[in-house]
Design a protein around this ligand. Sequence first.
Ligand code: NAI
Length: 304
Amino acid sequence: MMAEDALNFDGKVAIVTGAGGGLGRCHALELARRGAKVVVNDLGGSVDGSGGSSEAAEKVVEEIRTAGGEAVANGSSVTNDDGVAHMVAQTKEAFGGRIDILVNNAGVLRDKSFAKMEMKDFAFVMDVHLMGTVKCTKAVWEIMREQQYGRIVVTSSSSGLYGNFGQSNYGAAKMGVVGFINTLKLEGQKYNIHANALAPVAWTRMTSNLMPPEMEAVWTPESVSPAVVFMCSDAAPNGQIICAGGGAFAAAALVETEGLFLGKEATAEDVAAQWKKISDLASGRPLLHGGEQGAKFAKLMQKA
Ligand code: NAI
């Protein structure tokens, strides 16, 4: 049984991006309810990223304060270098210098089949989800290293992990953030910085036109936040992908099969002939870092 206060956030300072509504709002409210001082960031634009005002973030701050918590609003875009720098400076000033938690949640959609997609819409979605996450993380990384503590959450998606029609831009970005934490988990470990990914399912304005209205009561964003709170806590794992929706929770992982050594002279015909065995996921397991792949191949060679 873990210490109960591992899930208490008294004295912790958290930034939640895109927290003016949907999932981010619920993450911010729950972290604040558990004692964290929260910076509620939101650009306040529409689902496709146009427009913007700090009103959405301010409303959530009001909710947190009304419930007895501490929060400040920030209206910066996660894609804007000066805005991100300002968000971090504001956090340090408001809450005494520490930044313990960063939840990268801000996101937009510009769906179209790849054939019809304009490159500017691909680049925009990559910029918000992937580069927005990278910029906010970079801005807190040194602070977390110095204080020898940090919890970073990135928001992935089943669309990135497995694919979804019309979302090549979004999917690429959502897998990109997983690639990002795969290295952060290694570089942050000795500083007690843990980085994990969320793959949520929730009825929000982003998904409301994809789900029938009666699903609103089933896929509540509130039911996803416990996974985020866990990833923000002292008890957080490192480098994991947690899937959460409607009260169900799962872990996702990239696995690699054991593989076959076919010899240095192996031909494409050999690969085609052995493909069933090579790709048999029954032997699949996750690797802890890229170097394990070569080590595994070297072992196969030795065994041959
Ligand atoms: P939402 O549209 O309600 O929330 C996204 C928030 O991010 C909005 O409040 C928006 O104003 C803000 N935002 C957008 N661009 C921003 C920027 N440049 N800087 C700061 N804030 C910005 O949608 P939802 O569903 O709550 O999405 C939250 C995250 O979860 C997103 O990253 C989304 O891609 C991801 N997600 C959601 C799923 C779902 O089922 N709702 C499924 C998989 C992933």
